[in-house]
Design a binder for this molecule. Sequence first.
Ligand SMILES: [Zn+2]
Ligand SMILES: [Zn+2]
Length: 257
Amino acid sequence: MTIEIQPLRILQDNYTFLLIDNSNNQAAIIDPGSAGPVIDALKSKNMPLSHILLTHHHYDHSGGVKELKQLYPQAKVAIHQADAGRLKDACDLKLSEGDLIDFGTASIKVLHLPCHTRGHVAFQIEESLFTGDTLFNAGCGKFFEGTATEMLKNLQRLKTLPKTTQIYCGHEYTVENLEHAFQADPSNTMLNERFHQAKVAQAQSSTLVPSLLAIELATNQFLRLDDITLQKQLKTDNELDTLIALYWIFYRETPAR
Ligand SMILES: [Zn+2]
Ligand SMILES: [Zn+2]
């Protein structure tokens, strides 16, 4: 891996991620919900910022853009075209599915995953995937601007990525998500081990990212919608209905189909 990734905990429970290319002495930031911790990290490394990458327009992922742009005017703000108009700040790169963003020696691929917002994207760089508010550790984001059918398509797509992919999500919800997961399927013993690890990490306030896609495939029920035991527990017989039933357990709302 040529790009170093440094997760920073910000706001209540958000993660922002500093990407560092030491060979080219440049840095990028993903989802800076606040600027202070990002500026501190950049100053300690004495590195300029070349990109500000946003998975979507929500303020807890973009609230630091203005201040960062003032300090690093050369940094390019990138967001999907469907979310660009709703960002409070100007953007330099309007993204589309499949775009490649050059960052030092690496290139960052854009995966359009509409549902949490119309323009939600994930960023794929080398063996890492930044999933914003689409996929969380053991959970899935809210369907604010999309249907269950759209999210199902996103989830099915993420399942096809290499199992060794490191998953960096936008919020630290691991413990809460696993509590919901127990409710959905108390028979899944694999959840136990993950729950205890997460509790220990939470008590030490350490970061629980990255997760591994292989671990999500084993314990994230939103990636296990075809699991017969889960379907039995939820009294469903297909992935879409299982997703809708699971969403109810996690969020107490029934999403649009
Ligand atoms: Zn969001
Ligand atoms: Zn968020």
